[in-house]
Design a protein. Structure first.
Ligand SMILES: [Zn+2]
Length: 68
């Protein structure tokens, strides 16, 4: 959806890219006091949303913590 700019659920092209900040809620909690930011891609028609962790360092943290 991030790359196609089209919703995979309803095929809408009204796909918004919401930058990560605390008010948009684009955060993934990875510990009691730690969170990584994630860009939110939202379909404005059906509400489907997906999150993208764009920062490689944050992905490395998630990999270390959760990838088994
Ligand atoms: Zn949709």
């Amino acid at each position: 959806m991030k790359n196609t700019k089209q919703c995979p659920k309803c095929s809408s092209k009204s796909v918004a890219s919401v930058p990560n900040d605390r008010s948009s809620g684009g955060w993934i909690q990875i510990g009691m006091f730690r969170a990584v930011s994630a860009r939110l891609i939202v379909c404005c028609d059906c509400g489907y949303a997906e999150q993208w962790v764009e920062d490689p360092a944050s992905r490395a943290t998630i990999r270390k913590r959760y990838l088994k």
